[in-house]
Design a protein around this ligand. Structure first.
Ligand SMILES: O=C(O)CC1=CCC(=O)O1
Length: 99
């Protein structure tokens, strides 16, 4: 199942800089591990915003929830989830999408 997920990042300005750096480093490792597994299919920056648009390929809602809940930055994210379905005009056979 494919999901588009928007994450808006709002880290408090008064957070200890070392804590902030550690969180961001752990978020990057977590994200890149899931990319290597093929679960975190895309991550794009919204231009001009501290926010990303990501696409996840997961077995079910519970797997997506677990992944999002365990994001190191989770306490500082506003998250919106949109389920995706195949578009009939798409040329490519997009992974994970049933026709
Ligand atoms: O910077 C962001 O958009 C938050 C984030 C999610 C995964 C990652 O590495 O950073």
């Amino acid at each position: 199942m494919l999901f588009a997920v928007t994450m808006d990042v709002e880290i408090p300005h008064d957070l200890d800089p070392e804590v902030r750096e550690d969180l961001i480093n752990r978020e990057k490792s977590y994200c890149q591990d899931l990319q290597r597994k093929g679960t975190w299919v895309h991550i794009w920056r919204y231009a001009g915003q501290y926010a990303n648009l990501s696409v996840f390929d997961v077995a079910d809602h519970e797997e997506l929830h677990r992944i999002l809940w365990n994001l190191p930055l989770f306490p500082y994210l506003s998250i919106a989830v949109t389920p995706l379905a195949a578009h009939p005009s798409a040329l490519d056979d997009t992974a994970g999408v049933a026709a």
